[in-house]
Design a protein around this ligand. Structure first.
Ligand code: URA
Length: 241
């Protein structure tokens, strides 16, 4: 396996980022510094270290879908003592980390994996993986506001990438909509709707790429099927694990 792939699999960096780590002279193989980008390692035999610390591949790759309930935070530890999303998956597998972020107030699909390369690609906007959210927003969204969400609104001085917005229903001064984005900026959907004057009351992530939340109840989790893992990897330009 090429060394950059090994490092990416281990969650050190993206494959290109791993090249930088190698070029910077931070990697040793069996104790010898390696800066050659095309270096190949045998994961069974070779000892790889970055900055003097051993780097190993997960024994097996695990992919989990969790319906994160509202109120749970996506973090490793919370100073405010709020419940932590990963605690809902005891003993799933070592090294499992949440893929990207989901606000405490948002519920819905959170992927977790120990596949560092896939996690990186799901969250990086250049891979353009769809993230789909069901939104309940205050007020009635005018056609021009919907168009603005789709073409992009300014957040932190930078326009959001094109999005798709489908109006599901409008009732009692509330709009139910489904928005598809492929970026993952902080509180992005909430801030996009705020930017067009319609604060979000409830937000649920219902799909990440080919993986659907389906009828998983809040707090419940399941392993992705082989078909889902294959479809996710294909969508991200990766081959079979
Ligand atoms: N957008 C948000 O505003 N919050 C989330 O949790 C995810 C996307």
């Amino acid at each position: 396996m090429r060394l950059n792939r090994y490092l990416a699999r281990a969650g050190i960096a993206s494959r290109r980022g791993a090249d930088d780590v190698i070029a910077a002279g931070r990697v040793t193989v069996n104790g010898s510094p390696v800066t050659e980008l095309g270096t190949v390692v045998d994961p069974e035999r070779d000892r790889v270290e970055v900055d003097g610390k051993p780097v190993t591949l997960p024994e097996s790759l695990t992919y989990i879908a969790l319906n994160k309930p509202c109120g749970h935070v996506v973090t490793m530890s919370d100073p405010q003592g709020r419940p932590i999303a990963t605690d809902l998956i005891p003993d799933a597998a070592p090294g499992i980390v949440p893929v990207g972020r989901l606000d405490a107030a948002t519920d819905g699909l959170l992927l977790l994996t120990n596949d560092g390369e896939l996690a990186y690609r799901v969250t990086h906007p250049s891979f353009e993986l769809d993230k789909v959210y069901d939104v309940v927003a205050l007020g009635v969204l005018a056609p021009a506001e919907r168009a603005a969400l789709e073409t992009g609104v300014e957040l932190d001085g930078r326009k959001t990438a094109p999005a798709r917005v489908e109006i599901l229903s409008t009732e009692h001064h509330l709009t139910r909509a489904r928005i598809t984005i492929h970026e993952g900026r902080k509180r992005q959907v909430r801030r996009m709707f705020e930017a067009v004057g319609h604060p979000v009351k409830a937000l649920t992530r219902v799909r990440v790429g080919p993986v659907e939340l389906g009828n998983l109840r809040p707090g419940a989790w399941r392993r992705l099927t082989e078909g889902e893992v294959g479809a996710l990897r294909t969508a991200l330009g990766l081959t079979a694990p």
